[in-house]
Design a protein. Structure first.
Length: 726
């Protein structure tokens, strides 16, 4: 009995000596259990008239509008803004505070309406930090809550608005082209992406038959001039986008089979023409929607006895979607977003359901279809985030390329996976074996993949991070271009810890084998002859590294390679390879300006430009075109606006040989000086000293320059044998 009393006494003393913050935490936990979910929502509803005045004063004060250049606000517009924006916004806010996640997504999107939404995410975050802080201070004053309740309100307020104040230095940029369906997707996609550790910056350019706003390539061009888009989503045939589609859909019952096919061909032609023009502006992967048939007609939406779609509409949509599938297949870097499968899975009427009650529909159009379609975006967006920089696939063997342990037993080959990997190799991906095994245990005769499919074979018992680091050195590629695929979570964890730049994928996760085929639609793969030879070229590079490792005399060591440089102006037949170098190369790229094929062809035909290329070969084989220099030619000076060299050509002084040849041609043209542009990026450090190393100096305009009087300073490396390209 005395022992029990003593224990009670000690506990009482501990409680009495607790800090105030500890006491508040305990009371706060108790309060959280006692407060109803609608507690703060009810408080805000009760104070709504005054709250609207507070929010208007903060959101629309003249100083804030001027500072952040908010558009769409006119003087004397107070009553309209309160009725059509702030009052519905408060209703949404109250539903959010009650835990409604759907309303939360709509609320957060609506807060962008009168914000600098066209600015970078960091700028928007600064705007909302200031605005939300001021709003909360006024709400606290208005409600007059006790301290403990204020603490809980602040917690809920900050948690609710966190997505608005978060920013990322390099978010994934998605440009969406379409009608109001794209707005519905924008409502729900960012939060879904956040759960996949993707920070999404989604922007929309709208076209709508209902609002007489057409699809304009000029709008896209203007956007891309000032913004970056990693991917572009397009829905030509959703809701009420293109006028011609709306008309054909309305009259689909009246057409004969021949007339229907003519209409479909016309619609597909419109889409094809736009995509062809879009490809002149950007090589970003395109997510192309097919057609769902929404919106339903008035009677078919509300009368369940009627089929959702008439037979005529179904025929039209079937033929249209077949045409769109073919368009996806024949469009470079294009992936499908399947509206039709989505709506047939859930039903046309459920997809048409408006998520907002009638009282709130004045401010936003948000049907369930956008929410249902959002998951279709996650796989390609995740694949792009993981794989868009990939150049090397590091492959485990046991339980990755086959089921079982080949050294111990018979195994079941995953031939489909191996065929996919071989196809990726043909498109320019490098395959590297990283397997804890003995080489004599590998039964190649059972496999689809063969030793020649691999740029390097690391089949040994060394630690995998060591093998991967060695491969990076041998191939002269950055670790952020490596993707490691292994079934063993311990190995993946070890590589992630030791080499954090390497992307690690689980070989047993089905998502891995769904994401890898998407590489074919990203710009780091190419269906070119050059790409198909890439593995052989890197095999030669590994052999070079091994050959050079024993040499001590550098000139003699380089001379032992029998290096040949073939120099000349680019030809029409070179355009694919030149474009590939310009779009893929980051490390040895003096300005990282991306020119598309049309721009390159135009410069090659323009007498005011010269596009020089260099091929490289040695005793091990030919590397092909590995260097490009774009030169603007004036009468008194030449300016090298872009100098690009493949990383596999680094280390042979090819860049010096290239500059030597350009300077000699400039001298023959009696040019006074040669200039060179360099714009630093986070990845092009290897070429930062390109011009200074050969005698160029910075002028007053931050251009590197070499005067004619010292052209001879750019000497040809003695180990390079120069030949003119045939």
């Amino acid at each position: 009995m005395h022992y029990v009393n003593l224990r009670w006494f000690v506990r009482s003393c501990i409680r009495a000596t607790r800090t105030p913050s500890g006491y508040q935490s305990s009371e706060r936990r108790k309060m959280k259990m006692e407060l109803a979910p609608s507690y703060f929502a009810d408080k805000l509803q009760a104070a709504k008239p005054a709250l609207l005045e507070v929010l208007f004063a903060q959101q629309f004060n003249a100083e804030r509008i001027a500072q952040w250049q908010i558009s769409g606000v006119r003087e004397g517009d107070k009553s309209r803004l309160i009725e059509r924006f702030l009052s519905p916004l408060v209703e949404l806010l109250c539903r959010c505070l009650q835990g409604d996640e759907t309303m939360r997504a709509i609320y957060l999107d609506e807060r962008l309406r009168y914000a600098p939404h066209r600015e970078a995410m960091a700028v928007r975050a600064d705007f909302f930090r200031a605005l939300l802080h001021d709003e909360l201070a006024e709400i606290e004053r208005l409600l007059g809550l006790p301290d403990d309740e204020l603490v809980l309100l602040r917690e809920q307020w900050r948690a609710l608005h966190q997505p608005l104040v978060d920013s990322a230095s390099a978010p994934l940029g998605l440009l969406a082209l379409g009608d109001c369906l794209m707005n519905e997707i924008r409502v729900f996609l960012p939060e879904s992406c956040a759960r996949q550790n993707i920070t999404l910056d989604m922007r929309c350019i709208y076209f709508s038959n209902a609002q007489q706003r057409g699809l304009s390539l000029d709008d896209v061009r203007a956007f891309l001039e000032h913004n970056h888009a990693d991917m572009i989503a397009i829905s030509f045939f959703s809701f009420s986008g293109i006028p011609a589609y709306s008309l054909v859909l309305r009259e689909s019952e009246q057409f004969s089979a021949e007339q229907l096919q003519q209409r479909v061909d016309m619609l597909i032609g419109l889409a094809r023409d736009f995509l062809t023009q879009l490809r002149t502006l950007t090589s970003a992967p395109i997510l192309l929607h097919n057609a769902s048939g929404l919106p339903l007609t008035r009677w078919r939406r509300h009368l369940p006895l009627l089929p959702a779609l008439s037979s005529g509409r179904k025929k039209l949509l079937k033929q249209l979607n077949q045409g769109l599938a073919e368009l996806v297949e024949h469009t470079e870097n294009c992936l499908p977003i399947d509206e039709w499968d989505t709506v047939t899975d859930v039903g046309w009427r459920p997809a048409s359901k408006n998520l907002l009650p009638k009282a709130l529909r004045a401010m936003a159009h948000t049907s369930a279809f956008g929410q249902m379609l959002t998951p279709r975006y996650l796989q390609p967006l995740k694949a792009f985030q993981l794989l868009n920089k990939a150049k090397v696939l590091l492959l485990d063997f046991d339980n990755t390329l086959w089921r079982g342990v080949m050294g111990d037993e018979e195994v079941e080959q995953f031939h489909e996976r191996q065929r996919l990997l071989r196809q990726l190799k043909e498109a320019g991906m490098l395959l590297v074996a990283v397997s804890k095994n003995s080489e004599e245990n590998i039964r190649w005769q059972e496999m689809t993949l063969q030793p020649d499919d691999f740029a390097a074979l690391k089949i040994n018992w060394l630690m995998k991070p060591k093998n991967i680091a060695d491969v990076a050195q041998e191939l002269n590629l950055g670790l952020n271009s490596f993707v490691f695929i292994d079934d063993n979570p311990v190995e993946r964890s070890l590589v992630s810890r030791e080499l954090p730049d390497v992307v690690c994928l689980d070989a047993e996760d089905e998502a891995t084998w769904l994401q890898l085929p998407m590489l074919f639609e990203f710009s780091n793969t190419q269906r070119t002859e050059e790409a198909s030879k890439r593995t052989a070229m890197y095999q030669q590079q590994v052999a070079r590294k091994q050959s050079l490792s024993a040499e001590l005399d550098y000139p003699a060591m380089m001379a032992s390679l029998a290096l040949v440089m073939r120099f000349g102006e680019a030809k029409t037949a070179d355009i694919e390879r030149v474009s590939e170098l310009v779009s893929r190369t980051n490390q040895f790229n003096t300005t990282t300006i991306r020119y598309d094929k049309a721009e390159l062809a135009e410069m090659m035909a323009n007498p005011d430009y010269k596009v020089f290329v260099a091929e490289l070969g040695d005793k091990f084989g030919e590397l092909g075109i590995v260097c490009v220099a774009i030169v603007q030619c004036a009468s008194t000076e030449w300016c090298i606006s872009s100098f690009i060299m493949s990383c596999r050509a680094m280390g042979f002084s090819l860049e010096v040989g290239m500059l030597n040849q350009i300077v000699r041609l400039a001298q023959d043209a009696n040019v006074d000086r040669v200039l060179g542009d360099f714009v630093a990026s986070d990845r092009n450090l290897p070429c930062a000293q390109l011009y200074s190393n050969v005698g160029f100096s910075l002028d007053d305009s931050d251009k590197w320059q070499l005067q004619q009087s010292i052209f001879e300073k750019v000497e040809m490396p003695c180990w390079l044998n120069i030949q003119k390209r045939s």
